[in-house]
Design a protein around this ligand. Structure first.
Ligand code: HEM
Length: 499
């Protein structure tokens, strides 16, 4: 009896489905055996059921809701196993500075290096790091200089495409925002190659960019190469676009890209392909978040005519005070200071950030450390990743009343920018975190704000716009913990020139 049972088991296990089943059993056994155990003083640990991946598949479809459920069960600090790493979530905003201001114990580089290596095929060697760091200030000032060029490009493209829109034209809002922001930014940074049809080049580049952007986080997963083949081919095409044989022909390249080229050429050990990958990563960073947040801002505004009226009024006042008129040739121009003085416009953009940003602040724990949280101590392990996840701040009803509602003037108080928000009667140290913070703060944040402001000014001053579909738009959750969320689907709208 015993041996026939064993024979049956062996026969079963050696057939193909049996082998797969046995592999799963083995993985589970290894997973359970190799499971990390919570040590005294450490935050609650949730390993999940799937070896290596941990809770990834549980949280992937709705990270905010999953993290909320963990918070209810385990409190404001807990550790999740995700994709082979241990992520400790710190959810109480008063505890953020313990992580974000402790640059000695919590660094960013390790995480960033891993991320850009897998996603963009870039590895930054130690001697390059210093050069990149030293050039940061110069690069930032060059980035800001670009805002004027972007406005000129925006006006030019709008004039070319929309000057005829005297009657209602219908379009898809997300596609509309992607195509404008992408083209304006790409030409602004890299210029044009007079030897090619730049319209076609940009169209192909944009198609590949969208395909890559929809799926890039899969590159972090240990998936079989075959299943990533299409994505890797798309990435390769995008990188190829920036090989020196292509970009050396570009004219009207911006100062920042020229400076980055000189910097990259300094590293004689860097192959042309990797330099091209640096350029692609830079382009991706410059549009990947600006596009969705611009889209959400327009989408929210189209549902709030009272906000559009206040916005138009604010811009009209600025036009008057700067002696300008809204002529039909899109020829209005504001300085950076003038754009900064538009408090309602800034509040509208900030409100969109608040509602759509999941830009997690990620830190790598350099050593075992005990964090004093005030009421308790918690031990964190070397190599763990600490996460500040902004949706918990942005949707906290104690800090932002009715957080699920778009309130266009939430960040205005007595006609000025509102910069203090409270929880439990105390001012919170951070109230809006779309651009990261401290050592990982986005160097393009000022340019992004200026670009969005200029885009919204032109759009709402020169056009009447209306949604023609009325459906609630969901987030597609493809970015899980990073950047600005993208919409699950597009939505139809119509526009025509304002008289
Ligand atoms: C709404 C628009 C934008 C948002 C929300 C945003 C957000 C962020 C965030 C959160 C980070 C930190 C990454 C992290 O902590 O993992 C980052 C980094 C970065 N961003 Fe932005 N960004 C925006 C626009 C731009 C623009 C216009 C540029 C222009 C070049 C840019 C260039 C970069 C670069 C180069 C980095 C990497 C910095 C580093 O190496 O440490 N970003 N961005």
């Amino acid at each position: 009896m015993g041996s026939s049972w064993l024979q049956w088991l062996l026969k079963y296990l050696l057939c193909l489905p049996g082998l797969a089943f046995a592999t799963v059993l083995l993985l589970l056994a290894l997973g359970i055996r190799g499971r990390r155990r919570r040590r005294p003083g450490e935050p609650p640990l949730i390993n999940g059921y799937i070896p290596f991946f941990g809770v990834l598949f549980q949280i992937k479809n709705n990270p905010y809701k999953s993290i909320q459920d963990y918070q209810k069960k385990y409190g404001n600090i807990f550790t999740l196993k995700i994709n082979g790493n241990y992520f400790t979530f710190v959810l109480d905003p008063f505890q953020y500075p313990l992580v974000l201001k402790n640059h000695k114990n919590f660094t960013f580089e390790n995480f960033k290096d891993e991320f850009i290596k897998k996603i963009f095929l870039i590895s930054i060697k130690p001697h390059m790091k210093k050069e990149f760091k030293d050039s940061q200030k110069y690069m930032q000032s060059k980035l800001l200089d670009l805002s004027y060029t972007l406005m000129q490009n925006m006006k030019h493209i709008m004039k070319e495409r929309f000057l005829q829109a005297k009657n209602w034209e219908t379009s898809q809002l997300y596609k509309f925002c992607i195509s404008l922001i992408f083209e304006v930014t790409y030409i602004g940074f890299y210029g044009k190659d007079p030897g090619t049809n730049s319209g076609e080049v940009i169209c192909e580049l944009l198609n590949n960019f969208v395909k890559f952007d929809n799926e890039f986080l899969k590159l972090l997963l240990p998936l079989p190469t075959l299943s990533l083949r299409t994505l890797k081919n798309v990435r390769e095409k995008l990188i190829q676009n920036f090989l020196s044989e292509h970009i050396s022909n570009m004219q009207e390249t911006s100062e920042i890209i020229k400076a980055r080229k000189i910097l990259l050429d300094k590293f004689t050990d860097l192959q042309d392909h990797e330099k091209a990958a640096h350029h692609f990563a830079f382009l991706w960073a410059s549009v990947a978040n600006t596009i969705p947040v611009t889209f959400w801002t327009v989408y929210y505004l189209l549902q709030h005519p009272e906000a559009v009226a206040v916005l138009r009024d604010e811009i009209d006042h600025l036009l008057q005070s700067t002696g300008q008129k809204k002529e039909p040739d899109f020829n209005i121009q504001f300085t950076r200071e003038q754009l900064d003085s538009l408090v309602y416009l800034e509040s509208i953009i900030n409100e969109s950030f608040r509602m759509t940003s999941i830009s997690s602040n990620v830190r790598y724990s350099e050593e075992d450390i005990t964090l004093n949280l005030g009421n308790e101590d918690v031990n964190l392990r070397k190599g763990d990743i600490i996460i500040i996840y902004p949706p918990f701040l942005h949707y906290d009803p104690e800090i932002f009343e009715q957080p699920e509602k778009f309130k266009f003037d939430r960040f205005v108080e007595d006609g000025k920018k509102k910069t203090t928000f409270f929880k439990r009667g105390k001012e919170v140290p951070y109230f809006l975190l779309p651009f990261g913070s401290g050592i990982s703060k986005c160097p393009g944040r000022f340019l992004a704000m200026l670009e969005m402001k200029q885009f919204l000014i032109l759009l709402f001053m020169y056009f009447d716009l209306e949604l023609i579909e009325f459906k609630p738009l969901e987030f597609n959750n493809s970015r899980i913990l990073f950047g600005i969320q993208c919409p699950e689907s597009d939505i139809s709208f119509r526009y025509k020139l304002r008289c």
